[in-house]
Design a protein around this ligand. Structure first.
Ligand code: IPE
Ligand code: IPE
Ligand code: MG
Length: 246
């Protein structure tokens, strides 16, 4: 029952990196400049989380719904993504980081997918933090695919419908081998989930900050961790029960 202990750093930190566009707009810059600046924040936060011994860092970088943005912005984001992955692999190797992607990869441009495959292959033997980028990711789509997969198994006679439980369902999601997030950070003042990890966030602590992602830094991360540290995760039990268990 390790996850019941309050106070430790999160094992799995998930982040909705939001506010790049508004950061740029405030400075009369183009939105893409905000995204470029956001990539610098990604570097800083990835490195800091790895240094602190965070086990899993999952970053929402592009949602299934973000394809609805203007073509020019989508194109620029894909180019930036490719550039980021290529440039980061050496640093991932230095920091023993394993790279991973969740989401509908079939929607991504071929050159981005090639870069992703190369980064996954190159870092696969690393044993430090697992860095997961959520790309073309939507939680509802993820759950519908899981249901389709399980229904197919039942129809083919390989699975008894009665055997479907929370564990098996969870194992049918992209995050099969990843524990549920302990802490979710969303930047830029928006207080919504925007179709991110709906199943996995069931008991995650939520932290919202008004800071836009390009301005998020180590100090802001420390603030979020301090807030997490002060919380009591009860998972349905009473406070008194938790105290008598430890
Ligand atoms: C987050 O910043 C990055 C992506 C969603 C790709 P936004 O681009 O959503 O920035 P705002 O919300 O418009 O300020
Ligand atoms: C969520 O941010 C997706 C990412 C951070 C990648 P959005 O900016 O797309 O979310 P909404 O549309 O404001 O909910
Ligand atoms: Mg946004």
């Amino acid at each position: 029952m390790k996850t019941l202990q309050p106070g430790n750093l999160p094992v799995h930190l998930a982040v909705i990196m939001d506010g790049n566009g508004r950061w740029a707009k405030k400075r009369m810059l183009r939105r893409i400049v905000g995204h470029q600046k956001g990539v610098e924040t990604v570097r800083v936060i990835v490195e800091e989380c790895s240094r602190l011994g965070i086990g899993y860092l999952t970053l929402f970088a592009f949602s299934a719904e973000n394809w609805l943005r203007p073509k020019t912005e989508v194109k620029a984001l894909m180019a930036l993504l490719k550039q980021y992955i290529r440039a980061e692999v050496p640093r991932m190797m230095q920091n023993d980081i394993r790279f991973n992607v969740i989401g509908n990869r079939a929607d991504l441009p071929e050159d981005v997918n090639r870069e992703i495959d190369a980064a996954i292959a190159k870092t696969s033997a690393n044993r430090g933090m697992l860095l997961t980028l959520a790309l073309s990711y939507g939680a509802r789509q993820e759950m519908v695919s899981a249901v389709k997969h399980l229904a197919g198994e039942v129809a083919a006679g390989r699975l008894d419908a009665e055997a479907i439980d929370e564990n098996l369902f969870g194992r049918s999601l992209f995050t099969a081998d990843i524990p549920d997030p302990d802490l979710l950070i969303r930047t830029s003042g928006e207080m919504r989930i925007s179709n991110f990890l709906l199943w996995q966030l069931a008991y995650t602590e939520l932290y919202f900050t008004d800071v836009n992602w390009p301005d998020f830094d180590r100090d802001e991360l420390a603030k979020a961790f301090r807030s997490y540290h002060a919380r009591e995760r009860r998972f349905g039990r009473t406070s008194e029960q938790l105290k008598s268990e430890f």
